[in-house]
Design a protein around this ligand. Structure first.
Ligand code: AMP
Ligand code: MG
Length: 521
């Protein structure tokens, strides 16, 4: 296998002078050299053919012994030096100090067709940042990260990617629900890929330690390699950097809310400096519309990271980043203006997004009215967020309101308990929607096609991932492949896959892994 190696990160930033993987505080450095553990019986379960091609690898290369050795951590590629990054973060609203790549080991950066690909193994063993944990990852969480990263990419949403999924042949102790019942689970490694894995927390840690020299080096590095169009003098270039990160973060929030993705752990160490979705842990997909829902049982009490709160949390996280960049800028007013801009933009773009979901490119007061009146209805009869908008795309100008009710009732959970009064509460909304559709000059088919580019038909529902996990635990990986292929075309009809166009089954309502996930992974 041939890689076009580049070492921008380790070349530009200072290394930890110590090289053991003993847990420790690492000061004055951006990373520590760390070698992956050698797994007992590595086995390639799946790889992203799409991403492999993008990186310039052939299918034969991906299936080779050498690829398995590299992507399982068995062999270090010649002339490369794996490393773990040092970062801090605010977790659940509190400064947590140094965190770092506790179980991520960066292999190297590879250049292909003008693009940069950093390869990172997640679950390849302890690093100086592992604290008291083992640096490993289990199969269930690795499958979830693998499938969801690629699904997100095909939804057109910025994300870290996943190139390969490997089992290690080693067992890992995990207490899944943190209730004193640890069991041994299969170990696995995902090879994640992104232009860079730098997080808000990388900046925060230097600032918290008053290490302004390295703060500046990190900001300069980020601009040089990832925002090269930012030119100009200090401090303006750092302000421009903050503006771009703010814009990208805002767009990411619009995307998440559009498709019903709930990250679950939006700590500042899980916020990408490139505006990517990063660190797939106890994430989930909204099924019945409920802005208060979070899949993360670790956050069940405060529900800080609930669906409806994500845009505000992103804002809160941006404030932490502003504080971290402040020493380079020293202009509170200018930073505040950018932050105010986030809120103003959100106020404009979010209603616009909801109008788009309903099929309208431009917003107007009657559409806004329909948006406002829709929300309580979606909540009143538990309504599937994905199916509802896909069904609504079938509305035609000549339809009777009752026909439309039938169409959307496919999205209702507990449809057997829908009462006359539920029906009566929907009818006025349906009538006003029908009126908007009739005022729209586009043909029905045109509006439908548009809606189907905004609203996906297939998302990685929590129970789907769980089915793939249950099968994989027994050694059957076919469902991983089926879901991988399904989620490559999330906006397409794919009639042969229609069994996945269905609400969460009843058995999954309260099942661990389907509606409840802990951070244990
Ligand atoms: P997360 O909540 O997954 O973003 O993780 C927060 C921090 O804990 C990061 O620094 C991770 O690298 C670290 N971490 C999580 N799980 C493990 C593990 N099994 N071993 C070592 N470090 C871990
Ligand atoms: Mg993390």
């Amino acid at each position: 296998m041939k890689f076009n190696i580049d070492h921008s990160f380790i070349k530009s930033l200072p290394a930890d002078v110590e090289t053991s993987s003993k847990s420790r505080q690492v000061e004055g450095a951006a990373f520590s050299y760390t070698n992956p553990l050698i797994p007992s019986y590595p086995n390639l379960i799946h790889y992203s053919d799409e991403l492999a091609t993008e990186c310039g690898f052939s299918q034969n290369e991906m299936q080779s012994e050498e690829a398995l050795e590299i992507f399982s951590g068995t062999k270090v590629y010649p002339n490369t030096q794996p490393y773990s990054m040092c970062y801090g973060g605010h977790q659940f609203g509190h400064w947590a100090g140094q965190l770092g790549d506790g179980r991520a080991i960066n292999l190297f950066e590879h250049l292909n067709a003008g693009k940069r690909y950093a390869f990172q193994l997640k679950g390849a063993g302890p690093t100086p940042y592992s604290r008291k944990a083992d640096g490993l990852a289990v199969l269930r969480s690795s499958i979830r990260e693998y499938l969801c990263s690629e699904a997100m990419y095909h939804l057109g949403i910025p994300t870290t990617r996943a190139l390969s999924l490997v089992t290690t042949g080693d067992l890992v102790w995990r207490d899944m629900m943190y209730d004193g019942h640890p069991i041994q689970e299969k170990g696995a490694i995902v090879c994640r890929v992104a232009p860079s894995f730098i997080r808000f927390g990388n900046f925060e840690l230097f600032t918290s330690r008053k290490d302004l020299q390295n703060l500046k080096r990190l900001a300069d590095y980020t601009i040089q390699y990832f925002y090269p169009h930012i030119t100009g003098d200090e401090p303006n270039k750092y302000l421009a950097l903050f503006q771009e990160i703010t814009d990208r973060t805002l767009n990411l929030m619009l995307d998440w809310q559009r498709v019903g993705f709930v990250h679950g752990v939006m700590n500042t160490d899980n916020m990408s400096i490139l505006g990517l979705t990063i660190d797939y842990g106890p994430y989930g997909w909204l099924e019945d519309y409920n802005p208060d829902w979070t899949p993360n049982t670790t956050d069940a009490e405060g529900k800080r990271y609930r669906f409806g709160n994500q845009p505000d949390i992103a804002f809160w996280n941006l404030i932490q980043l502003a504080n971290a960049l402040y020493p380079l800028i020293e202009n509170v007013h200018a930073l505040e203006e950018i932050l105010n801009g986030y809120q103003e933009e959100w106020g404009k773009l979010y209603p616009q997004l909801l109008a788009n979901k309903l099929g309208f490119k431009e917003n107007n007061p009657s559409i806004e009215n329909a948006i406002t009146e829709l929300e309580p209805l979606l909540k009143k009869v538990e309504t599937d967020y994905t199916i509802f908008y896909r069904q609504l795309a079938h509305v035609e100008k000549e339809m009777e309101p009752m026909e439309i009710f039938e169409l959307i009732s496919l999205a209702f959970y507990r449809s057997e308990t829908i009462t006359e009064s539920d029906k009566n509460s929907w009818l006025p909304w349906i009538q006003s929607y029908l009126k908007l559709v009739n005022q729209d000059t586009r043909r029905d088919a045109e509006r439908r096609e548009y809606m189907n580019t905004v609203n996906p038909k297939y998302v990685l529902r929590n129970y789907m991932a769980q089915l793939a996990i249950d099968a994989a635990e027994k050694g059957d990986y076919t469902l991983i492949d089926e879901l991988y292929r399904l989620l490559k075309k999330p906006y397409e009809e794919q009639p042969e896959m229609k069994k996945w166009y269905t609400k969460r089954p009843d058995w999954a309502r309260e099942k661990v892994g389907c509606s409840m996930l802990s951070c244990s992974s």
